[in-house]
Design a protein around this ligand. Structure first.
Ligand SMILES: [Zn+2]
Length: 368
């Protein structure tokens, strides 16, 4: 049996430990001591050094007690701000924060779920293949833990990532690629009162470019947004330079490219119109994730849902997570809904039943 009080207490302990991105060490230490008590191999990688954090990703290896292919489970240890000094409030079947911070169910519910599932298998001596757990860092700040992970410490082919909203039974089969974009518009400074005709306003170039850009919802698979605009100073100087930050996402890599081409063309055309220049740079922050319909992992998870009479649904998401990075590194990846709700807000909550149901599902997937 999944033990409701045990998973709840573990979850409450975890959310009370502060763990903003780059400062996950206290949670890592807590989890390591739990795992050490069980006698498992625990290894920390150097991802923390690469991104300036106070701990690395933690990998735990649980030896096989039965047949089957190795499988890994992953959840991240960091939370988005405000996440320090969380005071969890349990009301009826639901855990909330006190309203001053997030709850941190994203993703400490994922951590609690995999540990409870494991305890349940052990308690009832249910055979399982070799299992790996990955407790990652810095997911919220840009998946820096997954990006810098030592993949040799996670030798399983498939990873179940416990880090999506949606009811338990939700299976993410598509997630977008994301491009981070930086555009610098270059004009020419001049005294705005004496020789304005010899100046080129970078603000006017930027405005012209943005006016022609298709933004926000582009199509079913594609989105684009401007994040910030910076530049200019005194009104008596024609603005020489403006910098714009933006992003574009798509689950379809061709659509992403054509959106980037479109945005770039708007910028180049605007610069030409005013006789200025522009630099349009982008970086693909993470690749799109597509789970094949015929994926064995998908079949296994859907069958596990059936085995415990849980309705499953395949969904696509607009957000990125460690899953995209792991997928990009060649792992088979499925992200599961764990029931966390209103994440990244101080109204975040999770039902205790979502955690117990999810632990039951994860235990079912872990079984031989
Ligand atoms: Zn998360």
């Amino acid at each position: 049996m999944i033990n409701r009080d045990r998973i709840l207490n573990l979850f409450l302990d975890l959310v009370k430990i502060d763990s903003p991105s780059l400062k996950e060490k206290d949670v890592a230490d807590y989890l390591c001591s739990l795992m050490q008590d069980k006698g498992y191999d625990i290894i920390k990688d150097n991802a923390g050094k690469a991104c300036g954090g106070n701990t690395g990703n933690i990998f735990v290896r649980i030896p096989a007690t039965g047949d089957g292919e190795s499988i890994a489970f992953s959840a991240h240890m960091d939370c988005v701000n405000p996440c320090c000094g969380v005071v969890p409030v349990v009301k009826d079947d639901v855990v909330y924060s006190s309203g001053d911070t997030v709850l941190g169910g994203d993703d400490k519910a994922g951590l609690a779920v995999m540990i409870e599932a494991l305890k349940h298998l052990e308690e009832e001596s249910i055979p399982h293949p070799e299992i790996y757990l990955m407790f990652s860092i810095c997911e919220e700040s840009g998946m820096h833990g997954a990006k810098n992970m030592d993949a040799t410490l996670l030798p399983a082919k498939n990873v179940i990532v416990l880090d999506s909203g949606g009811a338990v039974g939700t299976i993410v089969i598509k997630a977008p690629a994301k491009a981070g974009i930086k555009i610098v518009f270059k004009g020419k400074s001049a005294h705005a009162g004496i020789t304005p005709e010899s100046g080129i306003s970078a603000i006017q170039i930027a405005a012209e470019a943005v006016t022609h850009m298709n933004l926000l919802r582009i199509d079913k698979e594609t989105t684009a947004n401007l994040g910030s605009i910076e530049g200019g100073g005194s009104t008596n100087i024609v603005t020489e330079q403006v910098t714009l930050s933006a992003e574009a996402r798509s689950t379809n890599e061709e659509s992403l490219q054509s959106q980037l081409d479109h945005m770039k063309k708007c910028c180049v055309d605007a610069a030409d119109k005013f006789g200025g220049a522009c630099d349009f740079d982008y970086e693909i922050s993470y690749p799109a994730l597509h789970v094949d319909e015929s994926s064995m992992l998908l079949a296994k998870v859907e069958q596990s849902c059936k085995n415990i009479s849980l309705a499953s649904s395949r969904v696509s998401t607009g957000g990125g997570s460690d899953s995209n990075i792991l997928y990009g590194k060649g792992y088979g990846v499925l992200t599961l809904g764990i029931g966390m709700s209103k994440v990244h807000t101080v109204e975040e909550f999770i039902k205790i039943k979502s955690m117990t149901d999810c632990a039951e599902l994860v235990a079912e997937i872990m079984k031989s």
